[in-house]
Design a protein. Structure first.
Length: 206
């Protein structure tokens, strides 16, 4: 019970900072339920309140993402912050760079990602980090998993078309930052990754 009371105090402090109407509504309902006591409803409304905080953090993270990655411009009209719907608290922050599918970069930041634990286990095991067609790499001081795949398909005329796909996954606390792109050389992809303000994102995710 004492822990729950401390949680109330901490979240109310955040409420003073963000002053969001929905946050205040959920916290008010949680307090009422806690007094009854109806702990199931209390937990539910605390979850919704915490989700509002995650949404606010997501808005702030989108503000510090670069306007361009390589030569690709941010498509801010496609920015999105979605509440996770997989049974766990958190949000997914999404931004796209570039217009065409063949030359596009996607960034997704998932808070409370269930993949973080297994990815950290892989990154912290030197033997595992050399297996599975991926390699460990640091971006702005944060270690992540990098994969590069080549593939070949045929177009409507039967001509062979070669494509490639790069992906970087960076665990930050309980969140997972994923950057994906199509048809970019490894050196160019790494150069582009280094424009990401990962340390600033980490500060916001604490």
């Amino acid at each position: 019970m004492k822990k729950l009371s401390f949680l109330f105090a901490g979240i109310f402090f955040c409420n003073m900072i963000f002053a969001q109407a929905d946050f205040a509504k959920y916290m008010s309902t949680a307090r009422t339920s806690f007094a009854k006591p109806d702990l199931e409803d209390t937990r539910y409304n605390l979850m919704l309140a915490l989700q509002q905080l995650d949404m606010k953090v997501g808005e702030e993270i989108l503000k510090i993402l670069p306007e361009k990655m390589d030569s690709l411009t941010a498509q801010k009209n496609k920015d999105n912050i979605l509440a996770n719907s997989s049974g766990f608290i958190g949000t997914t922050i999404h931004r796209e760079y570039g217009v065409t599918y063949a030359n596009k970069v996607d960034i997704d930041i998932v808070s409370n990602s269930p993949m973080v634990a297994s990815l950290n286990a892989w990154l912290n095991n030197p033997m595992m980090a050399q297996m599975g067609g991926r390699k460990a790499m640091k971006v702005d001081g944060y270690k992540g998993s990098y994969t590069f795949e080549n593939s070949e398909s045929t177009d409507t005329s039967g001509k062979a078309v070669k494509t490639s796909r790069s992906e970087m996954q960076i665990p930050i606390f309980s969140s997972l930052v994923t950057v994906k792109c199509e048809n970019m050389k490894e050196d160019d992809f790494v150069k582009m990754l280094n424009t990401l303000p990962v340390s600033k994102i980490a500060e916001m995710l604490k």
